[in-house]
Ligand binder design. Structure first.
Ligand SMILES: [Mg+2]
Length: 273
C-alpha cells in the first residue's frame, strides 16, 4: 500500500466516524459504538478490495457486500455517500421520519445488497450469493462483514458448514471482532474462543489482523481466497467505540450515541485520531 492509498483509507475511516457521530446524534439513535469499530475495515474494503461502481450500483459483475451486523448500517451509508452512491445530504435524514436512510441497513439505499438487523442472517444469504455466482460461472466475489454477536447464532454455523462443504472460495467473511455485544462482553455472553481454530476446523481458511491497521487489513485482503477451495475468514481485532475515549471497550456504547454536549468533544477526538 503506497502513501497515497494509506492516506485515502485513513481519511475515509475518519469521515465514517464523523458522519456516524453526527447521524446518530441528529437521529437520536443508537449503535454508534458498533459503527466506530469498523471504520478502517470498511475504508479498506471499499477503496482497495471490493469491485463496485457508484455510477452503476446494479452492475452485474460487481462484488457483493453484505453487512450482517445491520445495526451498524450508518457506517456503510457513510462510505457509500462519500463514494457518491447517493447525495450526502441524505445523511441529514438518517433515522428520521421521511429520511432515506433507515437505522438498520436497507437494500432500498443504492449500493446496499441486503437488509439485515436480526443477527445471523447475513452469512446464510452471502453463502447463497456465492453458490449462485459459482453456478452461473460469474467471477464476482462475496464479502460478508459480521459482528462477534453474529457468530453466536446457529444460522451462522449452518452457513459455515455449508460453505465449506461446497468449497465456496469466492466467499470471504470479515469479522469486526470487538468482543462486546448488545448486552455484555462476548466472553461472558457466549465465549467464541478459540475462534480462529474453530473456523479452521470447519475447513475454512482463517487469519487474524489488527482491524484498525489499514496496511495490515490491505495486506490480508489483497489476495483472495486465502486458500484455493476454501472460503476465507478474517478476524479483525477491533475496539468497540474506537476513536472516542469514553466509549472505547464499553457495553453502553452499543445502544449509545452522543448528546449535545459530547458531540463536539467526540468529533475533536476523531479529528485528532
Ligand atoms: Mg461486537
Amino acid at each position: 500500500m503506497d502513501a497515497r492509498a494509506r492516506a485515502e483509507c485513513t481519511r475515509l475511516a475518519r469521515c465514517v466516524r464523523q458522519h456516524c457521530l453526527r447521524m446518530t446524534h441528529r437521529g437520536r439513535s443508537g449503535h454508534v459504538g458498533s459503527m466506530l469499530s469498523m471504520a478502517e475495515i470498511l475504508a479498506v474494503l471499499y477503496t482497495r478490495v471490493l469491485r463496485v461502481d457508484a455510477t452503476r450500483p446494479d452492475w452485474p459483475e460487481r462484488d457483493r457486500f453484505v453487512l450482517s451486523k445491520g445495526h451498524g448500517g450508518g457506517a456503510v451509508y457513510a462510505v457509500l455517500g462519500e463514494l457518491g452512491f447517493f447525495p450526502m445530504d441524505w445523511f441529514q435524514g438518517y433515522y428520521r421520519d421521511a429520511g432515506r436512510l433507515m437505522g438498520h441497513i436497507s437494500h432500498h439505499v443504492p449500493g446496499v445488497e441486503f437488509s439485515t438487523g436480526s443477527l445471523g442472517h447475513g452469512l446464510p444469504v452471502a453463502v447463497g450469493m456465492a453458490l449462485a455466482a459459482r453456478n452461473a460461472g460469474r467471477a464476482h466475489r462475496v464479502v460478508c462483514l459480521m459482528s462477534d454477536g453474529d457468530c453466536d447464532e446457529g444460522s451462522t454455523w449452518e452457513a459455515i458448514f455449508f460453505a465449506a462443504q461446497h468449497h465456496l472460495d469466492n466467499l470471504t467473511v470479515v469479522v469486526d471482532y470487538n468482543r462486546v455485544q448488545a448486552l455484555g462482553h462476548s466472553k461472558d455472553v457466549l465465549d467464541l474462543e478459540p475462534l480462529a481454530r474453530k473456523i479452521d476446523d470447519c475447513h475454512w481458511a482463517a487469519r487474524e489482523v489488527d482491524g484498525h491497521d489499514v496496511e495490515a487489513l490491505d495486506e490480508a485482503l489483497r489476495v483472495l481466497p486465502f486458500e484455493k477451495g476454501k472460503p476465507s475468514w478474517l478476524i479483525c481485532h477491533t475496539v468497540k467505540g474506537k476513536g472516542v475515549s469514553w466509549m472505547e471497550n464499553t457495553v453502553s456504547c452499543h445502544y449509545g450515541s452522543v448528546n449535545d454536549e459530547q458531540l463536539a468533544r467526540a468529533l475533536a477526538e476523531v479529528e485528532g485520531h
